[in-house]
Design a protein around this ligand. Structure first.
Ligand code: NAP
Length: 274
């Protein structure tokens, strides 16, 4: 039996074992997927235990620290300086499959990544969204509250340096323009604060599409505004399922059909609603 897992701290409830087990079933893979809590100060001393796994996923707070125990990085992991998937067979290699999850999730919802893209937030996932949007040729604006301005300016400087592309930084309260795509990369609206929304109905109603990285609840207040305004939208669940599928493609050399992944997204939604 192959052994996989998710490392992070704290882990609490995670949908990853459910999603990975559903994906294993599609390819008849005999494998287990465990949650492995590792406190930040124990990460390096856990390296030998981790190398005995066939592969593992990485979440907060280890996405950067884990790079110390890898021997190589994929192009995207190198670009984002963040690893969420590690392959232990052969050269221990760190990958970033969140970015593939994001692109595949947009594709699944028939949302194009071009034109003007507004990204709310300047944390880890906002940084990845900003790089991917800039790489896709979109005009990117980061919208942040006062405490996020330095982080947003650092992302702007990094994208200028690494991609030679200019992006814009604005205060969330000053968002009045229409954007082709609006992305929520903050925890605002996440359960239990489901009445909160990072933008108002007025700010999103004339936009082209909305993507929310949150998947609990499945429909955030922000996504309910998109539904009311009759514009395309997607929650973060398909990103979560797709990043897991891409991790298994890396670990096991398997591949997945879009329709199979769509079925697993629906099954995971049902599991979340239990
Ligand atoms: P992070 O690094 O902690 O960044 C959070 C960002 O949100 C920061 O820019 C923070 O700004 C901002 N923020 C927090 N509270 C805010 C508020 N009340 N008003 C305005 N901005 C606020 O987190 P992350 O890892 O990027 O994750 C962000 C979200 O994406 C989370 O909800 C996470 O669950 C979700 N996510 C989903 C997936 C998926 O697969 N679907 C993957 C990764 C993450 P300050 O600097 O001002 O605090």
């Amino acid at each position: 039996m192959k052994k996989f897992g998710l490392i992070g701290y704290p882990l609490g409830h995670s949908m990853s074992p459910f999603i990975h087990n559903e994906l294993f079933k599609l390819n008849n893979i005999d494998a287990e997927y465990k949650l492995i809590e590792i406190a930040p100060e124990k990460l390096l001393s856990s390296a030998d235990m981790l190398k005995e796994l066939d592969g593992f996923n990485v979440t907060i707070p280890h996405k950067t620290g884990i790079i110390q125990i890898t021997q190589a990085l994929s192009e995207k992991a190198e670009l984002f300086k963040a690893v969420n998937t590690v392959k232990t067979e052969g050269i221990i290699t760190g990958f970033n499959t969140d970015c593939h999850g994001f692109l595949r999730a947009l594709d699944t919802a028939d949302i194009a990544l071009n034109g003007s893209v507004l990204i709310c937030g300047a944390g880890g996932v906002a940084r990845m969204f900003a790089f991917e949007s800039a790489l896709a040729g979109a005009t990117v604006t980061l919208a942040v509250r006062q405490t996020g301005i330095d982080k947003a300016l650092a992302i702007k400087a990094e994208i200028k340096q690494r991609l030679n592309t200019d992006i814009f930084v604005k205060a969330l309260d000053d968002i009045t323009d229409c954007y082709d795509l609006v992305i929520n990369a903050t925890p605002v609206g996440m359960s239990p604060n489901t009445n909160d929304s990072i933008l108002t109905l007025n700010q999103v109603k004339s936009c082209g599409a909305v993507f929310d990285a949150i998947y609990n609840p499945l429909e955030t207040k922000l996504l309910s505004y998109a539904r009311q305004a009759n514009i395309k939208y997607s929650n973060g669940l398909s990103m979560l399922v797709w990043q897991a599928a891409v991790a298994q493609e890396i670990w096991l050399g398997v591949s997945f059909e879009n329709d199979d992944i769509k079925r697993i997204i629906i099954k995971t939604q049902e599991e979340l609603m239990k």
